[in-house]
Design a protein around this ligand. Sequence first.
Ligand code: GAR
Length: 214
Amino acid sequence: MKKLKVAVMISGRGSNMGSLARAAMDPDYPVEIVLVLSNKPNVEGLNLAQQHGLPIRVVDQTTFDSRDEHELAVTQALQEAGAELVCMAGYMRILEDAFVNEWRGRLINIHPSLLPSFTGLDTHARALERGVRIHGCSVHFVNNELDAGPIIAQAAVVVEPNDDESSLAARVLEAEHELYPRALKLIAEEKIRWTGDDSVRDNNATADDVALLK
Ligand code: GAR
């Protein structure tokens, strides 16, 4: 089976990267993880990647004079690894246009809310404050606007009456770990296509493929 070569970009804990790594251990999963790249040294996710036997690379943002220079080095590292698609998994830095343009249509992200609601940070606290009954997470293509690119797949998580930020975050994270490998598989199998429009094109993807209800 020809596998899609994927790099994963992290900045911290790396639990979503771990869920992709576990999925990729299955010989039938159509993805090979060729690199785990972090913009920060010594983060937990790098240890986890090594435990999975994955190649790691740190492109430390503090050692570059500008964001563009840092992201050029990131692109170079991704290209050297042969990445055909890049998954951001808790990569906590807003990307410059040049980087997004370079990887357009080949760059995806997981975000802890049901987009287009709650873009940005502190999504769980804001969802609770706003009193939504259903929260969740989204996997989407990255474009030049923050958390606004075409949505690939979403998981809905019911907000419980006694939820606080951490209990809700934990259930959404569990959903993320199920959703991200699924969404990536859909792309690798070309069941979902990026077209450059505001939404993706479904190519035999079923509702069950793209919408998870927890
Ligand atoms: C995840 O919840 C991910 O959705 C979120 O950061 C967490 C990273 O956890 N990403 C964002 O908020 C991006 N805007 P992880 O490092 O354990 O995967």
